[in-house]
Design a binder for this molecule. Sequence first.
Ligand code: NCD
Ligand code: ZN
Length: 407
Amino acid sequence: MILRNCKALINGKIEEVDILIEGERIKKVGKIIRGDESINIRKKIVIPAFIDVHVHLRDFKERHKETIETGTKAAISSGITTLIEMPNTEPSIDNMENLKKRISIINKKSYVDVGIFFKFTDKIEKDVEDVFGYKFYMDKPFSDETFIKSFELGKIVCYHAEDYKIIEENKKKFREHHKIRNCKAEVIAIQKVAKNALIKRKKVHICHISCSDSLKYLNEYTTCEVTPHHLLLNKEHYEEYGGIAKVNPPLKSKKDNIYLLEALKKGKIDIIASDHAPHSISEKESEDSPSGIPNLDVMAKIFLTLVKRNVISLYDLWRLYSRNPAEIFGIKEKGYLREGYYADMVVVDFDAKGKIDPDEFFSKAKYSPFEGFKYHGDVEIVFLRGKIVYYDGDIVEKRGRFIFRDF
Ligand code: NCD
Ligand code: ZN
């Protein structure tokens, strides 16, 4: 198949080209004379598809919150063709039996390519095959020995950086969620991770940074990510939305929003991720609302709007949500429009306009603190490994599979 008259983002620059797809891959980028089937892209922007490295797809015993099918449909509608999911499922992915079960459901039900982070526990002796790396939860009790061990394996470890001891101390003093999980809890955890990464010369990844102060402690061994809610929402939104905007780490101040956005533009933050964490609406509206915001349906609309409004550049969006995720986590032959790479691409419609409406979500979690957000820019066509899987609002093919890092 040939995509004609594309304005394609090649190595971060827009070029007017045709793209020839053969099988699952890009065969040629340039002027293509001959060929069979072709689509006229009419000078629309074509970019490498998005890669989201922080997703909770639930399923297993939490199918009322989300399933691999509904979660990955939400992903594909946002132009995300590849994601890595977190292991805090019920039961969690911390043993080979659950990992195998998970892989089997992914291969049967997924609409995008899905990899897994294995839960780091003291049971791990050597690198687990078939996963991209590990997730370490610092907001739950763990021993120093286990923590140190997490810097000694080959595959990358992603840290949920909120220190459980500080959280416990704060619980004695405060009732408000954002005071219990304050910036001190995040900063102390990040300091510990960054220090050990440096000592052990071990590359690590820090999930969902929420405080401007956290940025001071990063070093050459750390990469980090930020979510749309920590960039754009703050305590005022929590006051307005209540449980719907309750998340870990909690929303912080407007000042943190501004600093994080600046850091993002300056290249101090490596990755954008959704931290899609769906719960049922009744759970979210209950007195003891669980933390988590469902973001997969809104990712493209929000970030393409930031590009349209010149808040970030299209180059930034590619770097943060496609190239860096692929490079940092070793997702092979994705993240670029390049000959020989998988044809995972998004045709963008920068004229699409509207307001975010959770009733239209593919996710089971049909609520959002971004409800009403005026978007200007959306995904029009999505290609996953050479085939159209999403076209103008409709999912047209199920084409996901399990993927892993094999070293
Ligand atoms: C996550 C979830 O619900 O799985 N919630 C969240 O607020 N981010 C768990 C987590 O990442 O802490
Ligand atoms: Zn998390």
